[in-house]
Design a protein around this ligand. Sequence first.
Ligand code: DGL
Length: 267
Amino acid sequence: MNNQPIGIFDSGVGGLTVASAVMEVMPREEIIYFGDTARVPYGTKSAETVTRFSRQIIRFLLSKNVKVIIAACNTVSAVSLKQLRKDFDIPIFGVVEPGVDSALAATKNNKVGIIGTAATIKSGAYENIMHEKNGNIEVFSQACPLFVPLAEEGWEDTLVSKLTAEKYLEPLVEKGIDSLVLGCTHYPLLYNCIKSVAGENIELVNPAKATAQCVYDYLISKNELNEEDKIKEHKFYVSDMTDKLDIICKKTLKNDFPLEKIDIERY
Ligand code: DGL
């Protein structure tokens, strides 16, 4: 057994959707979360910049004595994960491969849609892994860069979000997809809006739960699950205290956790 915490990071609040899945799948694990709210979005930045930011965050998480790290960001998982795994001697989990596995399990007609940030879609990471695992899959991708600021603003139930979703998703719906991967950890925050446009016949695939399950399987295999039965002191750090952060955190985690601002550039 290992009672060190699990480190989770994202460019902002999106990774909270993964933190929430980790709490559900592994209720005895303690979490150290970092959201890079000062530098979000990552999805419009170069791979080099995303990797540099991620290295700083991993150094910060290592200073908190974490046992594994989850890059709860599709952009980091798609463009930086290979390099980060070479740079650091700690298990680092991404969200793309669990997302692919969930989509392959969900689709019946082998037509899958992927939505993500511009960087994730441009990287082709989802298509490549999907085709490696199943040569018969047809993949249709769409970058949705406006979804991240809409989610960070907490604007999920507004007309502007609905119209934006229609513009992005209608071309995918027309292709006849039966499952749609939410390939950005911010997008589950817009779940209802995306579902209302995708319709009943398209299953929305959120990689968060499958990611948490992968980490669980790993910890079990290494005999490193936390078995302590005590109140968990999860810690949430951000690089900027932006408006509405508290509200989004509370809504996503269904609890009031204090947020602490740190200077990530020091790491
Ligand atoms: N939530 C992140 C992702 O999954 C990044 C969003 C962004 O910073 O652009 O890709």
